[in-house]
Write a protein of this length. Structure first.
Ligand code: ZN
Length: 693
């Protein structure tokens, strides 16, 4: 058998002699990496992703439900069988309200109860399930109101301004808003409705946005059938994610708690989701002026603004329970640096079956863990510790990951190299990556080492699908907002993060039709992209765990910050807020110089086999993201500590949040103070790197 092994070893040597080693690797270590990557890639199988995916999507598994606990046990058992170590189910009691009542009856001009259910589809037996629970918007206030309906388009501030200019008073009315593409977070629509004084908010899925206006609907295509509705949280987690009772510390049994209803993340308005089928009953009978052309949707009617004559009786009631949620954590302890962690995470719980969101990601995570476990059972051990996480209750308020991040804050702040998040792994074939700028070059390089199911490398497929111009790199989104489990790592702990997905047309998000059949038939038949994600994820984690020098590029980061400062300068000029940004520019320039000199230092150390030099650079690089945090946090939301990135209430990214929000508030003194603390952070970032030279 030795003879047959010789050939791949030789081939590997030839390849490594002609190509530069991967970022952060010396030639020696790169030679050891190549066969490990081959074994990981070969160990990952699409059909195993499919089998695991069927288990994960077999039944609805809301957070706090017995089924979701059962799935946690299943994952823990599997991980132990794979060979992961210290597999634990970590319990967090958290405020997690469930719906008790949701009724909507049109009382005028005709009386008609709305169904508020999603009809079964013969091709998908799972769509007939009776135990899917009441559809709801988590953290909605309770309401029992009868009021006229007014159509508010997307329910964004500019929409209410249009209504006001038409002389339409929305106060005390029921606002009917559509979920719209491009996506704006439903919690922002709720906050806006609350600020405008509406009595309650109904959010519906218009066929123009994610239904037959886009193309073929499920079961023949990826778009949402007329009866689909989108559940989801309306929590204001852009103010504070995690259990509202424990802002900034972990909810563990016996922990100190504050009243949930006082938390800045709790909406004061009632909201509920609806299908186009039900919403159409109201839209058909709305009077008032016709809605603007851009507000016309995909139903075969003229959309009118109201208010009335449609009047709706709406009852929304939730319990106020504290329920236990369970993160599953498994590890492969590092042989050389066990306190340095590379973390791979995905959430487990879903609104119903969650076949794409998040079970596709869970299936890829399981296969990634299994492939690593197989290596470990053969005697291999990563240089640093690999941590696998199955988060609970992400959909509520990023709850599980936030509580665990707060629980492990000290260890993560000192030892976490990177957090690699996958929420949905595959709703189609188009690869998309977001990360802090320091990880972007690394993410592109990893794509060169992973095959794409369409043939060639993932890197080439990525460029092709993004229509990247010749000579240009495929785009990594480096402006991070929020909306998935990376938030605690970036914004609270200062850990470099990446968020990965394969995307496609997907109109069944958070509905009952986000089912096994949708994925198996439409989203990823054959599960090739689930496997591609597992290979990509595994390759990235392996390289981070094995590199001589962690491949974080702070020159790229500093240049991004310089470009943000240009934007801030333009914003300040436009809003006539006089603020001196030159100290920030100088600090970012100094950071950039320090980063490029460290990059040279790392290159020489790797080329010359200078292990001590490489270790010094590595140790310095690991501290840099942390320096970009200020423990006092942002004005009005102290949990958010990162000074370069924060989410807006829409979940859209906000860069240099402290400075920008001060300028937007027209507060010159505050803007100057924000520039000062940005300068301090950038100075610390530069100093961290200068120390390694
Ligand atoms: Zn998700």
């Amino acid at each position: 058998m030795k003879r047959t092994l010789l050939i791949p070893v030789l081939l590997g040597m030839v390849a490594s002699a002609s190509e530069p080693p991967p970022l952060g690797f010396s030639r020696d270590r790169a030679a050891a990496l190549a066969p490990l990557e081959t074994r990981l890639h070969e160990g990952i199988r699409p059909e195993r992703c499919r089998r695991e995916h069927r288990i994960l999507t077999e039944e609805p598994h809301l957070a706090g439900s017995p089924r979701n606990l059962e799935l946690a046990r299943h994952i823990a058992d599997e991980w132990r069988a794979y060979g992961l170590e210290d597999v634990a189910m970590v319990e967090h009691p958290v405020y997690l309200p469930w719906p008790v009542r949701y009724e909507a009856t049109l009382v005028e001009p005709v009386r008609q109860a709305l169904s508020l259910t999603e009809p079964g589809i013969p091709q998908d037996k799972d769509s007939y399930a009776q135990d899917v629970g009441i559809p709801y918007c988590a953290y909605s206030a309770d309401v029992d109101v009868t009021a006229q309906v007014v159509y508010v388009n997307s329910g964004n501030p500019e929409d209410y301004d249009v209504l006001a200019s038409e002389g339409i008073d929305v106060r005390g009315k029921i606002a009917l808003a559509r979920y719209s593409m491009p996506y704006s977070y439903r919690g922002f629509k709720a906050l806006t409705a609350q600020q405008r004084g509406v009595a309650a908010l109904v959010l519906y899925s218009d066929p123009a946005d994610d239904g037959n206006g886009q193309g073929e609907v499920f079961p023949w295509g990826p778009w949402g059938p007329e009866g689909h509705l989108q559940r989801g949280s309306i929590v204001y987690d852009f103010n504070l994610p995690g259990d509202p009772r424990t802002p900034g510390w972990a909810s563990v049994p016996g922990a100190r708690v504050v009243p949930a209803h006082d938390a800045p993340s709790m909406p004061k308005i009632a909201a509920a989701p609806m299908s186009a089928k039900d919403a159409g009953r109201m839209l058909e009978v709305l009077g008032g002026p016709p809605a603007p052309r851009a507000w016309q949707g995909g139903l075969p009617i003229t959309y009118r603004l109201g208010p009335g004559p449609a009047r709706l009786h709406l009852v929304i009631e939730n319990d106020r329970e504290v329920r236990s949620i369970w993160n599953v954590i498994g590890k492969l302890h590092g042989r050389d640096a066990p306190s340095e962690w590379v973390i791979l995470g995905n959430h487990r719980y879903a609104w119903v079956y969650g076949a794409v969101d998040p079970a596709s990601g869970s299936a890829s995570l399981m296969e990634t863990a299994r492939a690593f476990g197989e290596l470990a059972r053969g005697g291999w051990r990563p240089r640093r510790t690999l941590v696998f996480a199955s988060w609970d209750a992400e959909e509520f308020t990023l709850t599980g990951s936030t509580e665990w991040g707060e629980l492990e804050a000290d260890r993560l702040r000192s030892g976490a190299l990177a957090y690699l998040n996958v929420d949905s792994s595959a709703s189609g074939p188009a690869f998309s990556a977001s990360s802090v700028p320091a990880l972007a070059p690394f993410l592109r390089e990893v794509a060169r080492a992973v095959p794409d199911p369409s043939g060639g490398s993932l890197y080439d497929a990525w460029r092709r699908r993004q229509e990247t111009k010749p000579g240009e790199e495929p785009p990594v989104t480096t402006r991070l907002g929020s909306g998935s489990d990376y938030t605690v790592f970036l914004n609270f702990l200062g850990v470099p993060v990446a968020d990965l997905t394969f995307e496609g047309s997907y109109g069944v998000y958070h509905s009952i039709y986000d089912s096994f059949t949708w994925v198996d038939r439409v989203g990823d038949p054959g599960y090739f992209y689930h496997a591609a994600m597992a290979r990509y994820w595994a390759t990235a984690a392996l390289r981070l765990a094995e590199a001589d020098v962690v491949p974080l590029d702070y020159g790229a980061y500093a240049r991004e910050v310089l470009s943000y400062l240009d934007e801030v300068r333009d914003l300040a000029a436009k809003t006539k807020v006089d603020v001196d940004l030159s100290p920030a520019r100088e600090a970012a320039d100094r950071w950039e110089r320090a980063a490029s000199s460290v990059a040279g230092r790392a290159r020489r150390a790797l080329e010359n086999g200078d292990a001590a030099g490489a270790a010094r650079v590595h140790a310095a690089l690991m501290t840099v993201e942390r320096t970009l945090l200020d423990d006092r946090g942002l004005v009005g939301r102290p949990w958010y500590k990162h000074l370069i990135y924060a989410p807006r209430p829409t979940y859209k990214p906000l860069v240099l949040p402290g400075v920008v929000e001060a300028i937007e508030a027209g507060d010159r003194a505050r803007a100057a103070a924000e520039v000062a603390r940005l300068v301090r952070a950038l100075g610390l970032a530069a100093a961290a790197l200068e120390g390694a030279n």
